[in-house]
Design a protein around this ligand. Structure first.
Ligand SMILES: Nc1nc2c(c(=O)[nH]1)N[C@H]1C(S)=C(S)[C@@H](COP(=O)(O)O)O[C@H]1N2
Ligand SMILES: [Mo]
Length: 493
């Protein structure tokens, strides 16, 4: 029984390993593992996705791979235990599912079916060979031949899988990115030192690239080389444009510091970051194409077929909406969209911040929908006023006396004009704000708290520059962003 289960698991390993190796020439979405994973991601119910992001944060992909591994192992063990040839039939059926997933990815061709087919064929041969060592003439012989075959098959599976991954990675764009010549932007006004309070435990004003949150649906980071990249602007335009990096080189780049936020950020969460982007004003590109009357949306698509629907106003009203190619003085990190992405101040990422962007279709909200709007999220995605308490950390303890409380607040493209702090049920008292740099970025705040022994709750609330106070009403992230006051529970001794 155990042996049969093990045979099933090893055969499944062979399917995935061989599939991975054969997928090399056809791209990651043809690998049975990643094709099924991506299909799972695209079809995950909203509640489950939110739970995954809340629970695993930006490690949600690792969690998915782990979960898939467990499910595959269980099903494979079952296939091994089934009466022959039912196990092989089960593998065949699962293979068909894998093929279906592989050929229906956006980047698929009919050849994308090949890795799964080859993998399943080899896997079934291995399964049968392993199970045939059952019913032997002498039990001892069979155990030895089973073990030998099992180890050999296991080695083949791991070697093929690892080789497949390594070769795929070796063909990545790391080298291309290292050779990428970042344009010299017209400098923006310098960021005043007072914009960054530099308090221990408080998020720095500029988020370093390594610490910048990453959210996307890509299980394998899209690899788009700058020399094969182009951006097509089409739809309701006077003349279609196809822009390459040669064209961009003839244009003047700008730099703009803009805070990005994810709509899935829970109150107090860290799916928000501030970077200085180098890029090209989208307004210029769109106006060059010429917008037809009646258009109200730009549907941006990525290399991996993610889509976002951005209100056209936000791209034309003069705010710094960019086709960004640089992030904090570096070419975009590959996981943040190399070689080009969109950045639009004031809108959540899911409606605006398309990474690995290759296509802009000028269109209408009543004609097309985008990736997340198809999954129940709001169509337009303006960022809501929010604040966060960074220090002291909720759940922590401090000594009685003066305690520095500090955090950040944001309402991109309106600006933050104040933050108030409340201790327990006391009055709201104003915090001190960092120097404002731009209304498109977050602002830090700090408050000197005279902490007395006992358990205390600190709350914060921001006011935006239009005079509106952050709402105390609690709302979930779905469908258009969480609200409510951030709280820190602190014990003072
Ligand atoms: N191609 C692609 N672009 C994407 C996404 C995606 O899934 N695929 N996710 C969007 C979302 S929901 C957010 S919040 C931002 C996050 O950008 P970052 O990962 O650089 O922080 O990217 C946006 N751009
Ligand atoms: Mo997001």
């Amino acid at each position: 029984m155990l042996r049969k289960a093990l045979a099933g698991i090893i055969a499944a390993g062979v399917i995935l390993g061989v599939g991975e190796l054969v997928s090399v020439p056809f791209g990651p979405n043809s690998s049975p593992f990643y094709a099924v994973g991506s299909t799972v991601v695209d079809n995950t119910p909203e509640a489950v996705r939110e739970w995954a992001i809340d629970t695993f944060g930006t490690s949600d992909k690792t969690a998915l791979f782990f979960g898939m591994g467990i499910v595959i192992a269980l099903v494979a063990a079952g296939a091994g235990v089934l009466r022959r040839p039912l196990g092989a039939v089960l593998f065949g059926v699962l293979g068909a599912v894998g093929v279906l997933a592989a050929v229906t990815r956006s980047t698929s061709t009919p050849l994308s079916a090949l890795p799964t087919i080859v993998g399943v064929a080899v896997g079934i041969v291995v399964l049968n060979a392993l199970l045939r060592t059952e019913n032997p003439v002498t039990e001892g012989m069979s155990r030895r031949s089973f073990l030998g075959l099992a180890v050999a098959a296991g080695v083949v599976a791991v070697a093929a899988g690892t080789a497949g991954r390594l070769i795929s990675q070796a063909r990545d764009v790391t080298a291309n990115r290292l050779g990428f010549l970042l344009p010299t932007p017209t400098p923006q006004p310098p960021i005043p030192p007072g914009a960054d309070l530099r308090i221990d435990g408080l998020a720095s004003y500029i988020t370093p690239n390594e610490d910048f949150y990453r959210i996307d649906t890509a299980l394998v980071v899209p690899q788009v080389a700058s020399d094969s990249w182009s951006l097509r602007i089409h739809g309701m335009v006077e003349k279609e444009l196809v822009i390459t990096f040669d064209d961009l080189a003839a244009r003047q780049a700008v730099e703009r510091t803009v805070t990005l936020t994810c709509v899935s950020n829970i109150v107090g969460g860290d799916l928000v970051g501030n970077a200085t982007w180098i890029g090209y004003p989208l307004k210029d590109l769109l106006e060059e194409a010429g917008i037809q009357d009646g258009a109200d949306m730009v549907l941006s698509s990525s290399h991996d077929a993610f889509t976002a629907g951005t209100p056209l106003d936000a791209l034309l009203d003069g705010r710094d909406a960019l086709l960004a190619v640089g992030m904090n003085g570096q070419p975009l990190p590959v996981e943040h969209g190399y070689p080009a992405r969109l950045v639009v101040p004031g809108l959540y990422g899911y409606v605006s911040a398309t990474k690995w962007v290759t296509d802009l279709e000028v269109t209408r909200f009543d004609k097309v929908t985008a990736y997340w709007t198809d999954r129940g999220w709001g169509a337009r995605g303006p960022i809501k006023t929010a604040s966060r308490i960074d220090t002291p950390r909720s759940g922590g303890s401090v000594e009685a006396g003066t305690v520095v409380v500090a955090g950040v607040a944001w309402k991109q493209h309106t600006g933050i004009s104040g933050v108030d702090v409340q201790i327990d049920d006391g009055n709201w008292v104003p915090a001190t704000l960092s120097e404002e740099y731009s209304k498109d970025t977050w602002r830090q705040w700090t408050y000197q708290w005279d902490a007395t022994p006992g358990n205390h709750t600190i709350r914060a609330r921001a006011s935006d520059a239009s005079g509106e106070i952050q709402t105390s009403m609690t709302a979930d992230t779905v469908p258009d962003g969480a609200t409510g006051y951030p709280k820190a529970f602190i014990s003072v001794s």
